[in-house]
Design a protein around this ligand. Structure first.
Ligand code: NAD
Ligand code: 6OD
Length: 484
């Protein structure tokens, strides 16, 4: 069985109590991961602290060159990374090869480019009486950044934070999800292969509360915390770091709305909405779970989306035509199924799914659920308000544009929204009124890495992406020099 070890100060450590990692396709334990205790987390943070001054002192162009070498290393180990991500998550190979792993390399190359080209700021000031001064800013890294990430897009979301943190001059300690420790461990191997200075990149494995996650974020040697995960975990982390007033960047949960107007291209709206509901088994924070469809097309749209859901294929991860993956864990599958049950109890109309597929082979031990399309529930039902994070959506008909906007905004969350319309006027009118950090019109999850990314309300604090990431991972210091 594979053993996944912690990576501290440039070396893999044999310390830690093993816990099993399961294959979501079959439910079988396929690896053992060593849980870091408080002592090992401390060793990782100390290693990162020792490495920080030397790393920060490198010119940004040299750190950018290291990021490009790391991207080259990712590309060399591409097949291993694909296999590792599939083993942990049950993702299918076509998505893993085109999204999850290439985005890791793209994150490193993109932030290398952005950091190397970042312009500086300077201001000339004069006051009455004639005194003049030149002020300019320098960016300084924090020191050690804790990177705590979830299981849904493990490699993509880890590199999305590691790349800007490192290129800005910080060292990092990464805590991947306990469900998906493999690609972080492989990235550690790659850092060793390319000779990245020891201590710059560290990985600690384990769980959240009372384990590596909490030990890491609360550690006095950690200067800033970047986190992606559930809103209530973000709240717990905020409490753990409050005494030290550490800067945090939080990308949290969502209950994203999709608005489909009667003037939309229906084929494109059905296909695009299906993508936004079912991609990654619905386990993307940007996935749409609430749909509002203008009444004249409600019946046809609902029938066509349900047909699409029924057509998704539960093949093996390695099959090129597989389009549906399992939930990440037995616990998460049970959570999703509990919402299927709640929907029936609340009186939902079930247009597709609502159950568990039967395979008659070893996948019956896996964590699969059927893609599910619902309607008929009131807007204050639990299905319409709580994040499920599975392949499920509820569709509500609407009559006016104002109603659709108000209902979309009637949520504690505000991460993403989609609008489907062929009217340019409507697109410009509606999109800015939606309370969401990201709004897509006639598309979904088309991401330029330079754009700000993050949510409003309970969906997060701060923005990452492009220069916003470098703003989070460094602090400006203003220097003012009197002139003449
Ligand atoms: P989670 O919050 O349970 O766990 C995320 C990470 O935090 C894991 O590594 C976990 O071990 C760690 N953790 C848990 N408790 C901790 C604590 N008290 N202190 C320190 N670390 C702790 O999230 P998840 O179940 O892995 O991921 C799914 C959630 O993530 C969903 O809510 C989804 O919406 C959200 N998400 C948001 C975004 C975004 O960009 N906004 C992206 C992906 C996922
Ligand atoms: O694409 C990204 O950069 C990003 N942060 C995606 C987040 C997806 C959430 O599950």
């Amino acid at each position: 069985m594979r053993i996944l070890r912690n990576f501290v100060g440039g070396e893999f450590s044999g310390k830690g109590v093993p816990f099993p990692v399961h294959d979501p396709v079959t439910g079988r334990a396929v690896a053992e991961c060593l849980e870091a205790d408080a002592g090992l987390v401390d060793e990782a943070v100390q290693a990162a602290r020792r490495a920080a001054p030397g790393w920060a002192a490198l010119p940004v162009a040299e750190r950018a060159a290291w990021m490009r070498r790391l991207a080259d290393g990712i590309e060399r180990r591409f097949d291993d990374l694909v296999a590792a991500e599939i083993a942990d998550t049950g993702k299918f190979v076509t998505q893993t090869r085109t999204l999850d792993i290439p985005r890791g390399a793209a994150n490193l190359r993109s932030f290398a480019e952005i950091a190397a080209q970042l312009p500086g700021e300077s201001f000339q000031t004069s006051i009455p009486g004639g005194e003049r001064a030149l002020s300019y800013t320098v960016r300084k890294p924090y020191g050690v950044v804790a990177v705590v990430v979830p299981w849904n897009l493990p490699f993509l979301l880890m590199t999305w934070k590691v790349a800007p943190a490192l290129v800005a001059g910080n060292t990092v300690v990464v805590k991947p999800s306990e469900d998906t420790p493999s690609t972080a461990t492989l990235l550690a191997e790659i850092t060793a292969e390319i000779g990245l200075p020891e201590g710059v990149f560290n990985v600690v494995h384990g769980f959240g509360p009372g384990s590596a996650g909490e030990f890491l974020v609360a550690h006095r040697g950690v200067d800033a915390v970047t986190f992606t995960g559930e809103t209530r975990t973000g709240a717990a982390i905020m409490k753990s770091v409050a005494d030290r007033v550490k800067p945090v960047s939080f990308e949290l949960g969502g209950k994203n709305a999709g608005l489909i107007f009667a003037d939309a291209d229906l084929d494109a709206a059905v296909a695009g909405t299906a993508r936004s509901v079912f991609t990654n088994g619905g386990q993307v924070c940007l996935c749409t779970e609430r749909l509002y469809v203008e009444r004249p097309i409600f019946a046809e749209f609902t029938a066509r989306l349900a047909e699409h859901a029924r057509g998704l294929r539960f093949g093996r991860p390695e099959d090129e035509d597989t389009t549906m993956m399992p939930m990440i864990s037995a616990e998460h599958r049970d959570k999703v199924l509990s919402y299927y049950r709640i929907a029936r109890e609340e009186g939902a109309v079930v247009h597709a799914g609502g159950g568990v597929p039967a395979f008659g082979d070893d996948r019956d031990g896996g964590y699969y659920v059927e893609p599910t399309v619902l309607s008929g529930l009131p807007r204050d039902s639990r299905i319409c308000r709580e994040e499920v994070f599975g392949p499920i959506c509820h569709i509500t008909p609407f009559d006016t544009e104002d109603e659709a906007i108000a209902w979309a905004n009637d949520s504690e969350y505000g991460l993403a929204a989609t609008v489907w319309t062929q009217s340019l006027d409507r697109a410009h009118r509606v999109a800015p009124k939606l309370e969401a950090g990201l709004v897509w019109v006639n598309t979904w999850y088309l991401r330029d890495l330079r754009t700000p990314f993050g949510g409003v309300k309970l969906s997060g604090i701060g923005r990452e992406g492009g220069v916003r990431s470098l703003d989070f991972y460094s602090e400006p210091s203003t220097i003012t020099i009197r002139l003449g």
